[in-house]
Write a protein that binds this ligand. Structure first.
Ligand SMILES: Nc1ncnc2c1ncn2[C@@H]1O[C@H](COP(=O)(O)OP(=O)(O)OP(=O)(O)O)[C@@H](O)[C@H]1O
Length: 292
């Protein structure tokens, strides 16, 4: 099946183009009676240079969507592209190289190496790949994240928020086309979480990065430009310029009405419009340089 990029899909991109795209993306785990349909023919465009959040009830397919878009998991049917490269069908070795060269990851657990200092952790993936970071870009990332005076510290000498900033810098260091963040604030207190969201926001606004973040937290989603809502493996709604209140309201609608069983159109028809005043506040509580 081949589907032109211009065809409507949730999250459809504007002028900046499409960083990643899926058509008919289907993922089933297991077989026979125990089979679980984690993704059910999802069409989605991830707009370049924007911050997209993915929300939905537990088990709705958020992590599976992220893993399939990032080439971390195989698909059962459908196609996925990173930029113009179709990644479905790539061999393991090609996928590994593509992930290493073009994608940055941030996970709930920071996965920092305890014996390396912050600077070494930041460049570790590039060192492993035998690549040299662009020094100008690296400086910009370090300054944007307020890590300049923490570079010689080991993870144990850093606060949780600072550790997550290092993880953020590591994801940005190679200037990837796309950053996937899976619950990046899940293990942080609210202040450190706000800092990280502020930095992701700055990565998009000031550094022109593309970020896709899976989250359960409406407050976190409010830092994004666009929220995609998943239910039962389908994208059932989307919200531009989200506010935490509007996202929470929309989530309530899904859970109380059993949105998984609702067709997308009826969800859209009954959902409150996004608040026009819901523009993000890029990191007001989380400017770089704040000491934890
Ligand atoms: N490796 C696996 N084997 C079998 N089933 C799986 C596997 N991974 C995910 N699933 C199932 O696929 C569905 C979607 O899971 P997924 O982890 O993508 O949901 P999620 O929205 O990220 O959930 P949560 O918010 O709880 O992390 C769930 O029903 C889950 O049980």
């Amino acid at each position: 099946m081949s589907t032109p990029a211009a065809e409507h899909a949730p999250g459809r991109a504007a002028a900046g183009g499409v960083a990643a795209r899926a058509r008919g993306l289907t993922k089933a785990y297991g077989s026979g009676e125990t089979s679980v349909l984690a993704l059910d023919s999802v069409d989605v465009d991830i707009a370049r240079g924007r911050f997209t959040a993915v929300m939905g009830p537990s088990g709705s397919g958020k992590s599976t969507l992220m893993h399939c878009l990032a080439g971390l998991d195989t698909v059962s049917a459908g196609q996925v592209w990173l930029g113009d490269t179709e990644i479905t069908g790539l061999k393991d070795r090609e996928l590994t190289r593509l992930r290493r060269d073009r994608i940055g990851f941030m996970f709930q657990s920071f996965n920092l190496i305890p014996t390396l200092n912050a600077a070494e952790n930041i460049t570790l993936p590039m060192d492993i790949a035998g690549q040299k970071p662009d020094p100008k870009w690296l400086d910009q990332v370090i300054d944007t994240l307020g890590l300049r005076d923490r570079l010689r510290h080991r993870p144990a000498q850093l606060s949780g928020g600072q550790q997550q900033r290092v993880a953020c810098a590591r994801a940005l260091a190679s200037r990837p086309e796309l950053i996937f963040a899976d619950e990046p604030t899940g293990n942080l207190d609210s202040r450190a979480g706000l800092e990280v969201l502020g930095f992701l926001r700055e990565a998009v606004d000031d550094l022109g990065q593309t970020v896709v973040m899976v989250t359960h937290d409406p407050g976190a989603a409010a830092h994004s430009d666009l929220v995609l809502f998943l239910a039962d493996g389908r994208i059932v709604d989307e919200m531009e310029r989200p506010t935490a209140e509007a996202v929470l309201e929309r989530m309530r609608l899904f859970t109380t009405a059993g949105a998984g069983a609702m067709p997308a159109a009826s969800v859209e028809a009954s959902a409150a419009p996004p608040s026009p005043g819901g523009a993000v506040d890029p990191g007001a509580p989380g400017r770089p340089g704040g000491e934890d």
